[in-house]
Design a protein around this ligand. Structure first.
Ligand SMILES: Cc1ncc(COP(=O)(O)O)c(C=O)c1O
Length: 465
């Protein structure tokens, strides 16, 4: 019997990638102020910046796009999309948006606001930004194991229910308009949330009458982990597991750029008609008419088809195993990775990788720059650049210093991953020579996207800035 898990597709169309020299990359990264978001994509060889919007679409998705109905109102493509989303989520109103954060912006404009508190297992950066922009407070309540990068546990994405109940009691039900569970939990390493935890969160919120929303961008990967790891789910289909996950929710936001296998799109789905009414008014102002919401009819077609394909268990088996393969390879070479590997990315633990570089000198950013210099690999820091801040003149560090190597869906082959692993192992071997960084410019919100950095002189790396 064969045991190798292969890509469950063959390749019909290819896109060249560009090889550059180290000298070229040194100049390119300097010109990008050592911020990998500011690089030109053509200067990147293997792009692991994000799994968002970077999927390869299938021939069926491309075919469906040709069938897109571009009518301004009442498009056939909308009804197809709406039916697929309703069948999956069981939620009664579906509002398309151009991507996940647009759904978040609308949701928190309606339900957030000053004095409100939004608990989550961990807010993603755009979710947190939209909560805070509304004047509300975003509170992360992950289980303690989420913060231990070297300890294996099946559901490190879970919500800490004791902390949640404590927060509800301290804050008062009236100030908590909803609670949001991110599945999988991106910011703690793409770790799954168990069905038991979703169910228990729901039960606790029921006690207080607080609605539960899912940030569902990676719902299929989460459902597959439940099938693999949670007793009682091994014989259920991923589709049934996903439907059960959604059955506990009053609503969801979704970035279709992840598990809907498309390059753009998202939606907000919910049961509360009064909230939906307000959301649709905002949608018309900022996104578009409710039957297209910032998307073309062809985009809605691609999402509808992607949401069906992503539940294919051969695809999910390949997806989860190929990410694990990458993590295993690094771990075997001694590179500190977050274990177990999550659904969409391998996360390097920058604190263990560069123990001499303190959080305020951004060890994750230092590793990300070095991997680009080594072999043109682009990744992203998820640590104190993204979540740290200066408060009252004091530096507040992030709870984890990670570097995320996100794997675009159906894009890279095993040899791309082997190459990337080889390059990362080289960087790890010369880690003592890697300098820390300081920020020379930052905007008021979401600074990691546009901040400028400067390497510190290595000898001065322990001096507090
Ligand atoms: C967990 C999570 N929520 C929300 C978003 C925002 O989605 P989008 O990029 O489509 O706005 C992302 C994007 O990476 C995410 O990972």
């Amino acid at each position: 019997m064969t045991t190798t898990i292969i890509e469950p597709f063959k390749i019909k169309s290819v896109e060249p990638i560009n090889f550059t020299t180290r000298g070229y990359r040194e100049k390119a990264i300097k010109e990008a102020f050592y911020n990998l978001f500011l690089l030109k994509a053509d200067d990147v060889l293997i792009d692991l910046l994000t799994d968002s919007g970077t999927a390869a679409m299938s021939s069926r998705q491309w075919a469906a796009m040709m069938d897109g109905d571009e009518s301004y109102a009442g498009s056939r493509s909308f009804y197809k999309f709406e039916k697929v989303v309703k069948d999956l989520t069981g939620l009664s109103t579906v509002i398309p948006t151009h991507q996940g954060r647009a759904a978040e912006k609308i949701l928190f404009t309606v339900l957030g606001g000053p004095g409100k508190v939004i608990p989550s297992n961990t807010h993603f950066d755009t979710t947190r930004a939209n909560v805070e922009f509304s004047g509300a407070t975003a509170v992360d309540l992950p289980v303690d194991s989420a913060l231990k990068t070297d300890t294996r546990s099946d559901f490190k994405g879970n919500m800490d229910l004791d902390k949640l109940e404590d927060l509800i009691k301290r804050t008062g039900v009236a100030n908590i308009p909803l609670c949001i569970l991110t599945v999988t939990n991106n910011s703690v390493g793409g770790q799954p949330v168990s069905m038991k935890n979703i169910r228990a969160t729901r039960a606790l919120l029921n006690k207080y009458g607080i609605p539960l929303f899912l940030d569902a961008c990676r719902f299929a990967e989460n459902a597959f982990f439940i099938k693999l790891r949670e007793p009682g789910y091994e014989d259920k289909t991923v589709r049934d597991i996903a439907r059960e996950m959604f059955s506990y929710a009053d609503g969801c936001t979704m970035s279709a750029k992840k598990d809907a296998l498309v390059n753009i799109g998202g939606f907000l789905a919910l049961n509360d008609e009064a909230v939906a009414e307000k959301a649709r008014s905002l949608l018309i102002m900022t996104e578009g008419f409710p039957t297209y919401g910032g998307l073309a009819g062809r985009d809605l077609e691609a999402i509808a088809q992607g949401l069906i394909e992503v539940l294919d268990e051969d695809y999910l088996k390949y997806r989860i195993r190929s990410v694990e393969y990458f993590g295993d390879k690094l771990e075997k070479a001694g590179v500190p990775v977050l274990v177990p590997t999550g659904g969409h990315a391998v996360f390097l633990d920058a604190k263990r990788f560069l123990p001499d570089i303190p959080p305020h000198q951004y060890p994750g950013q230092a590793i990300a720059v070095e991997m680009y210099l080594e072999a043109g690999i682009r990744s992203v820091e998820i640590g104190s650049v993204m979540f740290g801040r200066e408060k009252d003149g004091k530096f507040e560090e992030a709870s984890l210093e990670l570097v995320r190597l996100a794997i675009p869906r159906r894009v890279y082959t095993q040899s791309h991953i082997d190459f990337a692993a080889e390059a990362i192992i080289q960087v790890f071997k010369r880690r003592s020579k890697i300098p820390g960084y300081r920020i020379t410019y930052e905007p008021p919100y979401l600074r990691h996207f546009t901040a400028h950095f400067e390497p510190l002189v290595k000898e001065a790396a322990t001096v507090r800035l």
